[in-house]
Design a binder for this molecule. Structure first.
Ligand code: NAD
Length: 506
């Protein structure tokens, strides 16, 4: 669909035209609005830092309007049948597929993510809405636990209006992930997309309205985290907050949510180990390591950012890595050949370069990359980078760089590999490459991470739990786990006939 670079550029320019000229508006109570004061901010193109779109800058008043709309809409939406909500979600899935080309091009233009990794984003988002549409049908169903005297039943009901706060790395997919189960549950939502990648959030809300989502059920307010985001998390109408972003922001949001005792669900950062043992299929391990750290421009929460490599094969594996890294095609995100695009923003570029400097100073060996890309000096491009001979305590081995930087540490045996793997505040994903199934099972049980893949890259079904331990998150997404944040479980007990009630105060 996207094999002609020039055509991609042309089509993306046409798709973007709809969102240029005027600030990208909020979507509140079924209507586009630029807010009370009409403030806006610039959204920059990661390729050259020119202005891609201006965006309405929301604050407390816009958040209040959106939360009020979500509260009113919740009154009816919570009582619609699961079938009806499911039908609307299936229609939305169809519209996402119909608009897939625009969604993908806009997402790549806005985020700088290369087309090759985003081709399935609309398809997966549509599948996600269909999956949760099925779940909507019997979402309230619970247990029947009768006793001799009582009919006891459990049921679930939606928690109320929820805040959905998303990051900039794969914004369309993440919004779809979070919003689909909320709608299935019967919640209304206020979505605050990341300020660096706001475009597809509006498109998704527009499609939802076209699909029949009633006004006020789905609201979008653009703006900065400290302003719009914070106002949303402290708004009294909001009963739960589902947040995807940095661990540090998660801590802020937890504190903000505490005053209203709101339920929180966090998917946060990671510094994920990929352990490669000398008995592994090294060719496949190499493919997976490269893909997981350098796809999505290294801006992937589940990236294989720490390579733990067995000493006996370290030189061979690292040499092979360097060869392949040097071949990675850096370029424009809309070029179908591109394997690595620009980082999202200048501030993020500076952060990534700063970590690379720290790695150098700490004494890790910079084997390739480590610099900006001269041919694309106007954009936020960093050459794919490999550090070897790193030590676990170094910041390049501890901190989430969220860029195309791979840090290799060698180990001698299983216990040392495990100790290094767990030596981090994060606990999102781990990857094990070995031919020894007993070793894999032993390590998988002891790894402090929410997800473990053995001889695999990051492949997940919609039923599987997704989430992290330690500072990588709280709660799980996927399948029925998704409803833990959006629903209240209720116990209803109905007495059958006259049973003895102890009498006091006679
Ligand atoms: P971020 O934490 O800076 O921002 C995320 C969102 O939070 C944005 O919309 C931002 O405006 C908002 N925000 C910031 N401060 C806020 C506050 N005080 N109150 C309310 N909202 C606030 O994250 P980012 O830089 O946009 O994204 C990158 C991070 O996201 C990485 O750490 C990455 O690992 C993480 N991530 C995690 C997963 C996962 O599933 N675990 C998936 C994707 C990204």
């Amino acid at each position: 669909m996207f094999d002609n670079f020039d055509k991609n550029l042309e089509k993306a320019a046409i798709a973007l035209r709809r969102y240029q000229g005027n600030p990208l508006p909020h979507f509140i109570n079924g209507a586009m609005t630029c807010g009370l004061k009409g403030d806006s901010f610039d959204n920059l193109n990661p390729v050259d830092n020119t202005v891609l779109t201006t965006v309405a800058r929301g604050g407390a008043p816009e958040i209040d309007a959106a939360c009020t709309a979500a509260t009113q809409a919740f009154m009816d939406w919570q009582h619609t049948s699961g079938e009806e909500r499911g039908d609307i979600m299936r229609r939305l899935a169809g519209l996402i597929e119909k608009n897939a080309e625009d969604i993908i091009l806009l997402e790549c233009a806005d985020t700088g993510q290369p087309l090759r990794y985003m081709q399935n984003t609309a398809k997966r988002a549509a599948a996600n809405f269909r999956y949760f549409a099925e779940k909507a049908r019997d979402i309230s169903a619970g247990l029947s636990l009768p006793t001799a005297t009582h009919d006891n039943i459990t049921t679930r009901q939606p928690i109320g209006p929820v805040a959905v706060i998303t990051p900039w790395n794969t914004p369309f997919m993440l919004a779809a992930w979070k919003i689909a189960p909320a709608l299935a549950a019967g919640c209304s939502i206020v979505h605050k997309p990341a300020e660096f990648s706001p475009v597809t959030a509006l498109l998704l809300a527009e499609l939802a309205q076209e699909a029949g989502v009633p006004k006020g059920v789905w609201n979008v307010v653009h703006g900065f985290g400290e302003e719009a985001g914070k106002a949303l998390t402290v708004h009294p109408a909001i009963r739960a907050i589902t947040f995807v972003g940095e661990s540090a922001t998660g801590k802020d949001i937890m504190a903000q949510a505490a005053t209203g005792l709101k339920r929180v669900h966090f998917e946060l950062g990671g510094k994920n180990p990929v352990m490669v043992f000398d008995d592994a299929d090294l060719e496949r391990a190499l493919d997976a390591v490269l893909l997981l750290i350098f796809s999505l421009n290294g801006q992937r929460c589940t990236s294989s950012s720490r390579l733990l490599i067995q000493q006996t094969i370290a030189d061979k594996f690292q040499d092979a890595l360097i060869q392949r890294i040097k071949n990675i095609k850096v370029g424009h995100p809309l070029d179908p050949q591109t394997e690595l695009g620009p980082l999202i923003h200048r501030t993020h570029l500076d952060k990534v370069l700063h970590y690379i400097e720290q790695g150098r100073h700490a004494g890790a060996m910079l084997r390739t990359g480590g610099h900006r890309v001269a041919e694309h000096a106007e954009g936020n491009f960093v050459a794919p980078t490999l550090f070897t001979e790193a030590q676990s305590h170094m910041s390049v081995a501890q901190e989430e760089i969220f860029g195309p930087v791979l840090t290799a540490i060698s180990f001698t045996d299983d216990e040392e590999a495990l100790q290094i793997a767990n030596d981090t505040k994060y606990g999102l994903a781990s990857y094990i490459w070995t031919a020894d199934q007993d070793r894999a099972a032993y390590l998988a049980r002891r790894l402090e991470s929410g997800m473990v893949w053995v001889n695999s890259d990051n492949i997940r079904t919609l039923d599987s739990p997704f989430g992290g331990m330690k500072e990588s998150g709280m709660g799980r997404y996927g399948g029925d786990y998704s409803f833990d944040v959006y629903m209240e479980t209720k116990h209803i007990s109905i007495a059958r006939g006259d049973y003895d009630i102890p009498r006091i105060g006679l």
